[in-house]
Design a protein around this ligand. Structure first.
Ligand code: PLP
Length: 380
């Protein structure tokens, strides 16, 4: 069977062999429960603490500020709910383009005013608006704004947001799932208070993530049970996942520059060729402050474009749609709606990893030509 062309790396990434090897070693030999006091337990505990140290070093924070979870979904749920409860937050400032695990968590909160910042066509917020909102009221406020948008790839000005949060004594929670392992993050220089990440987005295993909780903030836990993770996250630790995530993040940091320049090259090559050969294509999120790994392409409507996702899949291309079907009617995703995307057009997200090659991008381009979703420039 021919392996599909995988361009859905913002959704998940393949695990690297080194990561699988590291995990297998722990699976075979270090199966003790980290809470047990015997030698097997102590060894498992030591492995977890070594992993925590390694992750803290990558983000330039303290070991005690990293907590392992099952996913970014769990991290975001914990952080938002616990920060609101512990600090009696009365106001949350966010956007409608956050991941559903943030949006839906916020929607469930009661007695909290939720303010959605407007986004421009490229998904950018207006810092002046954020400044004015923070200035206007001294109510206890949580800002929840992601680092990189998972659908269109725009990068928010995290440093400036963190400074505003500091200036106005607001709390800043940042869903950094699409940034960790791709963009250097230094938590000493960027005073984010709470951050979340998920291992499978940087070639680690699924079902494991972490959260960063700034040392000054003693928040309540979400899951109740044993005293694991210093009472912040009950439940026996996923030691295999934790070592796999740590190995994956270590490789991502060691190779960040080389990986990211390769990925940037793939994306630029792809977009340049698309623009040259197809009329009226729009790059969602703009082309300047977008993450290297995400290319969200908005195609003008034609009959063929309607079936493009489906036909790409039949032709062995894995990509991701920017729309969802409910009750038989196709809708733009909330992110595309939030940036005012024309719903008659069709958006497809192609997302890259360092494993992709130029040859694969060439194959993708030739499949797109074959499917001819649009008139080529020559035909017009
Ligand atoms: N936040 C963002 C920006 C994401 O892209 C994702 C996954 O797509 C998540 C949160 C949730 O991650 P997980 O499904 O690993 O919990």
């Amino acid at each position: 069977m021919i392996e599909p062309l995988y361009f859905d790396n913002a959704s998940t990434t393949p695990m690297l062999p080194e990561v699988i090897d590291t995990m297998s070693e722990v699976m075979y030999h270090h199966y003790g429960n980290p809470s047990s006091i015997h030698s097997k337990g102590r060894k498992a505990k030591a492995i977890i603490e070594q992993s925590r140290k390694s992750i803290a070093e990558k983000l330039n924070c303290s070991v005690g500020e990293i907590f392992f979870t099952s996913s970014a979904t769990e991290s975001n749920n914990t952080l938002i709910r616990s920060v609101v409860k512990t600090f009696q937050i009365k106001r949350i400032i966010t956007t409608k383009a956050e991941h559903p695990c943030v949006i839906n968590t916020i929607l469930e909160l009661s007695d909290v005013e939720v303010i959605y910042l407007d986004l421009n066509h490229d998904g950018a917020i207006e810092l002046d608006t954020l400044n004015a909102l923070l200035k206007k009221s001294d109510e206890k406020t949580l800002i929840s704004l992601m680092y990189v948008n998972n659908e269109i790839g725009n990068i928010h000005p995290v440093q400036e947001i963190a400074q505003l949060a500091k200036q106005y004594h607001a709390y800043y929670h940042c869903d950094a799932v699409q940034a960790v392992g791709k963009i250097p993050i230094d938590l000493q220089k960027t005073p984010i208070h709470f951050l979340s990440a998920s291992a499978h987005k940087f070639h680690g295993p699924k079902g494991v993530g972490f959260m960063y909780i700034g040392g000054e903030y003693n928040i309540d836990s979400l899951l109740k049970g044993g005293s694991q993770e210093r009472n912040m996250r009950a439940g026996t630790e996923n030691i295999y996942g934790i070592v796999g995530m740590t190995r994956a993040l270590t490789l991502a940091h060691e190779q960040m520059e080389i990986r990211m320049s390769h990925i940037q090259h793939l994306k630029q090559y792809f977009i340049k060729n698309l623009i040259e050969h197809f009329e009226n294509i729009h790059i969602n999120g703009g082309t300047i402050t977008t993450a290297a790994h995400i290319a969200s392409i908005s195609f003008p409507y034609t009959d063929k474009v309607d079936l493009l996702m489906f036909n790409l899949d039949i032709n062995g291309v894995c990509s991701s749609a920017g729309s969802a079907c409910s009750s038989g009617v196709e809708h733009d995703s909330p992110v595309l709606e939030a940036i005012g995307h024309d719903s008659k057009r069709k958006t497809i997200r192609f997302s890259f990893s360092h494993i992709n090659t130029i040859e694969e991008v060439d194959k993708l381009l030739s499949i797109l030509h074959k499917l001819s979703p649009l008139k080529t420039a020559a035909q017009v």
